[in-house]
Design a binder for this molecule. Structure first.
Ligand code: AMP
Ligand code: MG
Length: 330
C-alpha cells in the first residue's frame, strides 16, 4: 500500500507565494497536493508522471481507474495536450477559465500520462478560474491531474478541513484557500467529432453551452447514431483487441505475457511478447505501466494476453478491476 500513511501528517500550506511555491515543488517531485478550485478541492498530481497519478488512486482508495481531468494554466497550454475543433475552441474561449471540462482527442504533442487518460485516445482538460489554482498551475508549469480530494465513496470536499478529515497522513500537503464557492463539479462536454455530448452536468449550465454553440448537446456517455465516435474515443474504458486471460499460471504458445513480480511463468520463453508490470512487485509501478503495457502487448498481434496473478490489495484492486473488464469485453 501507500507508504504515505507512515510519513506522518499532511502539511497545511498557507496560500501565499511561499506556500504555493512549496506546493509546486512537491507536485514537480511527484507528490500529492490538494488545492482549492472554484468547484471543489482537487487532489493534484503531475499528470505527466504516471507513478504520481497512481498515488492519487492509492490515497483515495479508488477501486477502479477512470480518466482524470487534467488542469492547465491556460488555453494555450491545453492546446499542447488536446485537439480543439471549432466547437471546442469556442467553448474554451468562452467558458475558460471556469467550471467546464472539455474531452477532446489527444494531440500528438500530448504529455499527459496514459494512466491519467485511463488508456484512452481522448483527454479531459480544464482551465480553472480560482486564483490559487491558477497560481499553483502556473508555478508548477505542467498539467495537474486532479479528481476531488476525498476518499472514494465520500462527499467532495469544499474546504481544507474536509480534505484533512479524509486524507490526513495520506497526501503530502493541502493548500488552505478557504471554502470553494461553486461546490459542484465541472460540467463535462466531449467534443470528439459529431454533435458535442454532455457527459456530466455541473457548474456551467447546459443551456448556456447550447445557446453559445447553437445546437442541442447529446446526452449520456455512449456514442449515439447521430454522433458516431472513433473506437476508443469515448468508450469509458480502453479495451485491447486481444483476449485477456487472468491469473495465468503459465504461458501458452502464441500468447503475450504480462508478468508481475520476480517470478517467471513457465512457458514465458515462448511468449509472443512479454513485459513485467513490476519486477519488485510494486503495485504503484504496476499501475503506472498498466495501460501502455496492455497496448504494447496488444500490438504484438498475440490472440491472447496472459496476465500473472496480481494481489487484490491496495492499487491491485484497481488494476484487477481494469483487467477483469478487459477480460470480459469479448
Ligand atoms: P472527477 O473524478 O470529478 O475528476 O471526474 C472525472 C470525470 O471526467 C469522469 O466522469 C471521467 O469519466 C471524465 N473524463 C475525464 N477524461 C475523460 C475522457 N478522456 N473521456 C471520457 N471521460 C473523461
Ligand atoms: Mg469525486
Amino acid at each position: 500500500m501507500n507508504d504515505r500513511g507512515s510519513m506522518g501528517r499532511t502539511a497545511r500550506l498557507v496560500a501565499d507565494e511561499a506556500g504555493l511555491a512549496e506546493a509546486a515543488t512537491i507536485l514537480q517531485r511527484g507528490g500529492l497536493v490538494a488545492f482549492p478550485t472554484e468547484t471543489v478541492y482537487g487532489l493534484g498530481a503531475d499528470a505527466t508522471n504516471a507513478e504520481a497519478v497512481a498515488g492519487i488512486y492509492a490515497a483515495k482508495e479508488r477501486p477502479s481507474f477512470n480518466p482524470l481531468i487534467s488542469h492547465l494554466e491556460s488555453f494555450e497550454a491545453a492546446k499542447v495536450q488536446g485537439i480543439f475543433d471549432e466547437t471546442a475552441q469556442k467553448l474554451a474561449e468562452t467558458f475558460w477559465p471556469g467550471p467546464l471540462t472539455l474531452v477532446v482527442p489527444v494531440a500528438p504533442t500530448c504529455t499527459i500520462s496514459d494512466l491519467a487518460r485511463a488508456g484512452l485516445d481522448s483527454v479531459g482538460l480544464r482551465v480553472p478560474a480560482h486564483p490559487l489554482a491558477h497560481a499553483l498551475l502556473k508555478a508548477t508549469g505542467r498539467p495537474v491531474a486532479a479528481p476531488s480530494a476525498n476518499r472514494s465513496g465520500r462527499v467532495s470536499p469544499t474546504d481544507a478541513d474536509h480534505v484533512l478529515g479524509d486524507l490526513d497522513g495520506r497526501i503530502d500537503a493541502v493548500v488552505d484557500g478557504g471554502a470553494s464557492d461553486v461546490g459542484v463539479e465541472s460540467t463535462i462536454v466531449a467534443c470528439l467529432g459529431g454533435t458535442p455530448r454532455l457527459l456530466r452536468p455541473g457548474g456551467v449550465p447546459r443551456e448556456a453551452i447550447e445557446a453559445l454553440i447553437g445546437q442541442k448537446l447529446e446526452s449520456g456517455s455512449e456514442g449515439g447514431e447521430k454522433s458516431p465516435l472513433a473506437p476508443g474515443m469515448l468508450a469509458s474504458h480502453y479495451a485491447p483487441r486481444a483476449q485477456v486471460r487472468l491469473n495465468a499460471a503459465d504461458i501458452m504458445p502464441g500468447e503475450a505475457a504480462m508478468l508481475f513480480g520476480p517470478k517467471m511463468l513457465p512457458g514465458s520463453e515462448q511468449a509472443k511478447a512479454q513485459l513485467n508490470l513490476s519486477k519488485n512487485g510494486d503495485l504503484k509501478e504496476a499501475a503506472a505501466h498498466l495501460f501502455s503495457y496492455l497496448r504494447q502487448l496488444d500490438a504484438s498481434g498475440a490472440h491472447t494476453i496472459a496476465v500473472a496473478p496480481i494481489p487484490e490489495m491496495g492499487l491491485g484492486e484497481a488494476i484487477n478491476d481494469r483487467l477483469r473488464r478487459a477480460a470480459a469485453e469479448r
